[in-house]
Design a binder for this molecule. Structure first.
Ligand code: TEU
Ligand code: CA
Length: 561
């Protein structure tokens, strides 16, 4: 295994809008982030992934970029940015920029020109087609709207948008588009950034001829068919070209966000010999509680399935590398979704952290996860800021769901759950802002906040700190092999990491009831390296008793036969 900083490190995801507001306008900003570098150092992370900070009308919270070389007014200036890079680097923290190149904002000058006339030199930068029989060019649905096409008056054609209509898709088949993007990426690299998280990078090519999908239409009458726009062969060609033009020979990281990848389609993206990406975010685990109609259809799942997904991904990228995460800015809060955000909030958050950080790959911490922040008890639609939830609120009823079902789904899966302001202390607005926060603060900030978590030595924060420190001190966490254990057990996650002769056994009760598990009998426990409960571990005749959400990391040895 080749060692690289991005394999050794733990990445902390900063959603800048909600991290820390330095000037009281209710919106987190770069100066606020600069003020909190000490906090990141205290936690011990080696890199941050910064959600988009480019100029944007914020139709999709920065994922609609209207100037690739500018900073959003309310977030800061280029001078702030340079200072941030300088100060992060001084403290040994790398910066991974989020970059959106599948689409732009409709307010980016390229699109303004493109829509102005059919003969404009930027016309072909986007995907324009004539309508068919007074309707859209094809039956594709978008992520956020019924149809993926928007009719544009000035030239009488439709443009393609896989997300909102203010996010037109770039035409990657146009060489000039690609050249502009590589130039822009190099411009940021020259400013000192250490890598990119490339938004929906596996969607940049679309099916030849943009044919109708013949899969079943949704309630809207349009078809959401990822085969039409995800993982098409040309994506690999473009990524190799990007690598050669941007990444080759530089010690930076390329992380792809790749919805709809499977363990089969993923390995090519991250195979070191292919020279495309270094790691990807895959979403099989995030989709585990989603039904066939998508994320809003919430279904139950069993631990078996979750373990099967984990193990398959752990073993499927022989020349690649995994990104490990329980949450991000698009997902519910980890402890609310996979743990227990009530009685066992602390213990279950630590259990989840243990299970994730001990796996092979690079762990990502989403801001607030390290203090066990929870989903938001939203009260009404006026509290919602996220376009996806707003659209679903309107459209959801027409899918046959009741109003209550729609609301419940938003409470559980809405993206604003993760985007509420960071809870720094128990003062007004959790100390996030002195003004009115752009999105409401979770009312539980009085008890769940950074100050309290730092003060309590037994807190989730200190547990994360310990995990991060362990990773620095123990190459087994980075390089060790992975073997799944107790695959049939329905309550316990168990696996082994091994590096040279060192073996670590990870055991975690995933549920809120006491369980027993049969220890793999040929391993002898030599030492306990980490645990989320104060009590000694209970073992009798190779049976281990685990309290709700109890988790352990043991040093083990092969038993002498
Ligand atoms: O998300 C891409 C993506 O696949 C989303 O549809 C994701 O599945 C969804 O948000 C889950 O509800 C990226 C960004 O992370 C997201 O914030 C953007 O809205 C999206 O791309 C468009 O740029
Ligand atoms: Ca601000």
């Amino acid at each position: 295994m080749n060692r690289s900083w991005w394999k050794e490190t733990v990445v902390y995801q900063v959603y800048p809008r909600s991290f820390y507001d330095s000037n009281g306008d209710g919106i987190g900003d770069l100066r606020g982030l600069i003020e909190k570098i000490d906090y990141l150092c205290e936690l011990g992370v080696g890199a941050i992934w910064l959600n988009p900070i480019y100029t944007s009308p914020n139709d999709d919270m920065g994922y609609d970029i209207s100037d690739y070389r500018g900073i959003m007014n309310e977030i800061g200036t280029l001078e702030d940015f340079d200072e941030l890079v300088f100060k992060l680097h001084k403290r040994g923290i790398k910066l991974i920029m989020d970059l959106v190149v599948n689409h732009t904002s409709d307010e980016l000058v390229w699109f303004i020109e493109s829509r102005s006339s059919k003969s404009n030199s930027k016309r072909d930068f986007y995907i324009w087609r004539d309508g068919k029989d007074g309707k859209e060019p094809n039956n594709w649905a978008s992520f956020f709207t019924p149809s993926a096409w928007e009719y544009d008056e000035p030239t009488g054609q439709y443009y393609l948008h896989l997300f909102s209509k203010k996010q037109p898709d770039l035409n990657w088949r146009n060489e000039n588009v690609r050249r502009e993007i590589y130039d822009m990426m190099n411009w940021w690299l020259e400013r000192g950034v250490d890598g990119f998280r490339l938004d929906v990078i596996n969607l940049i090519d679309k099916a030849d001829g943009l044919p109708n999908s013949n899969k079943e239409a949704g309630f809207s009458g349009y078809v959401f068919d990822s085969d039409m726009f995800a993982n098409l062969p040309r994506v690999h060609m473009y990524l190799k070209e990007m690598y050669a033009n941007v990444f080759e020979g530089k010690d930076i990281v390329a992380v792809g966000e790749t919805p709809f990848v499977t363990t089969q389609t993923a390995s090519k993206y991250v195979d070191e010999n292919e020279k495309e990406l270094n790691m990807i975010f895959s979403f099989e685990m995030m989709d585990i509680d989603s039904g066939t109609s998508g994320k809003w259809e919430i279904v139950s799942y069993d631990l078996h399935k979750l373990k099967e997904i984990i193990t398959r991904w752990q073993l499927s990228l022989p020349n690649g590398w995994n990104s490990l995460f329980w949450s991000n800015h698009d997902q519910p809060r980890a402890v609310s979704r996979f743990g227990d955000d009530g009685k066992y909030r602390e213990r279950s958050a630590k259990m989840l952290a243990t299970v994730l950080h001990m796996l092979k790959g690079t762990p990502y911490i989403y801001q607030g996860e390290e203090i066990g922040m929870t989903n938001m008890p939203l009260e009404c639609i006026q509290d919602i800021r996220d376009i996806e939830s707003l659209v679903f609120y309107k459209e959801g009823i027409s899918t046959g769901m009741t109003k209550q079902e729609v609301w419940n789904a938003i409470l559980r899966k809405g993206r604003d759950n993760a985007r509420t302001p960071m809870q720094w202390n128990d003062s007004d607005n959790a100390g996030f802002t002195t003004g009115k926060p752009w999105l409401k603060v979770n009312p539980n900030y009085k008890s769940i906040n950074v100050t309290a978590s730092i003060k309590d030595e037994d807190s989730i924060f200190h547990f994360y700190k310990r995990l991060i420190k362990m990773r620095k001190d123990n190459p087994i966490m980075v390089c060790g092999s992975y073997t799944s254990l107790l695959e049939e057990d329905k309550n316990v996650i168990a696996y082994l990491r091994q590096y040279d002769d060192v073996k670590w056994l990870i055991l975690a009760n995933f549920y809120g009831a006491e369980v027993t598990a049969q220890l793999p009998s040929h391993y002898m426990i030599k030492d306990e390296l980490l645990s989320n409960v104060p009590e000694e571990v209970k073992i009798k005749d190779d049976v281990i008793y685990l309290a709700p959400y109890e988790a352990h990391v043991f040093l083990v040895q092969d038993e002498k036969k």
